[in-house]
Design a protein around this ligand. Structure first.
Ligand SMILES: [Cu+2]
Length: 373
């Protein structure tokens, strides 16, 4: 494989942009912008204390509407089903980035995939995103450039699409779950190791929810609380249990489940979302603990604490979530494509490109997937 420098990639991106997205996108966006101002989202790099000891350098984060102080974790973005959502990304990283709106059905030129749907957003540049989400639920956003590294350093946030027809909860807790891979000096260490990538992935060293260790959130006693969970870690598969309260699974990956299930243990893998309806304990001060129970000893993910006098609510009183529209697909003439996922057996590394390790470990239909992902 010929070595492709970043500079060459950038040039190709610029050319692609002229054909692929630039010309087609801009007029529609400026029209949309006339209605109201977009959210301002900056991608930037900085020092953040993650492990409670000292600042980690080179953390990548999103700042909303110029707020660069306060909670450094990715802002929870909110949209409304069927209404225009607009966000202007400004790239203050020292490498290209984009935003991909994971799980949202949108016009292809808003999907945030460089070389495919839009040009790179290079350092100092901006890109205007605009779409009207057709589905309500818990979604998320992240870059699609040097993706595992940028996500590993922090860039992954929750996008909530609301719907007035959804039942009214007494509270809401949004949990963005992820690990950071830090050394004893609180600094990032080698993010991916071939030895691990060939097995279950390279795990982080610091577990967090909303970039905090075992955070605790106050919720109304005896109330019904919607807990929106995103597994934003690039490696970890969570096995979630909630101790101390009754809970039901009401949506998975942004979409309401046909029938609610009592939460026993829910398995969610990287990129997945899980929405729970939690009936908070009645007594003030009672704690409910969300735990990751496998593979070893249970780890606390986050805690909920009941506050106030009991609202005496009942899970059975909760109406259904508004349904998302199905996708009408005519499968009568569909082509069947078998999909065989397997390991590869390459003995030597190839040239590393775009932050990859240069190895391929996994294959689709016996064709090695380039890179370590
Ligand atoms: Cu994604």
């Amino acid at each position: 494989m010929p070595q492709i420098s970043r500079r060459t990639l950038l040039k190709s991106a610029a050319v692609l942009g002229a054909y692929g997205a630039g010309l087609a996108v801009m007029p529609r966006i400026s029209q949309a912008l006339a209605a109201s101002d977009p959210l301002e989202i900056e991608a930037l790099t900085g020092d953040v204390v993650l492990d409670g000891k000292q600042a980690t350098r080179g953390v990548m984060r999103y700042a909303l509407n110029g707020q660069t102080s306060g909670d450094p974790s990715p802002p929870i973005l909110r949209a409304r089903r069927g209404e225009a959502f607009k966000a202007r990304l400004t790239n203050r990283l020292d490498e290209p980035t984009t935003i991909h709106w994971h799980g949202i059905r949108l016009p292809n030129d808003q999907d945030g995939v460089p070389f495919v749907t839009q040009p790179y957003v290079c350092t100092g540049d901006r890109f205007d995103y605009a779409f009207s989400p057709p589905d309500a639920g818990t979604f998320w956003y992240h870059p699609h450039c040097n993706t595992l590294t940028q996500m590993g350093r922090g860039l992954a946030g929750v996008l909530v699409v609301e719907d007035d027809r959804d039942p009214v909860f007494d509270g809401e807790v949004v949990l963005n779950l992820r690990d950071f891979r830090l050394g004893g000096d609180s600094q990032f260490i080698e993010q991916f190791k071939p030895r691990d990538a060939a097995k279950t992935g390279t795990f982080g060293t610091l577990r967090t929810a909303n970039w905090q260790t075992e955070p605790r959130y106050d919720v109304p006693a005896g109330g019904l609380v919607r807990v929106r969970i995103l597994a934003a870690d690039v490696t970890r598969i969570y096995n979630l249990k909630l101790a101390g309260a009754e809970a039901q699974i009401i949506a998975i990956d942004g979409h309401p489940v046909p029938e609610r299930m009592v939460l026993d243990m829910a398995v969610i893998s990287p990129g997945q979302r899980l929405d729970l309806a939690v009936r908070v304990a009645d007594s003030e001060g009672a704690e409910m603990v969300l735990e990751d129970v496998r593979p070893s000893t249970a780890k606390v993910v986050a805690r909920l604490r009941a506050v106030g006098s009991s609202l005496q609510r009942n899970l059975g009183d909760l109406g259904p979530l508004a349904e998302n529209a199905g996708v009408d697909a005519d499968l009568s003439n569909a082509t069947e494509i078998p999909l065989l996922l397997s390991a590869t057996a390459e003995s030597a590394a190839r040239d590393s490109i775009c932050g990859s390790l240069g190895y391929s470990f996994w294959a689709i239909n016996k064709v090695p997937y380039p890179g370590d992902a």
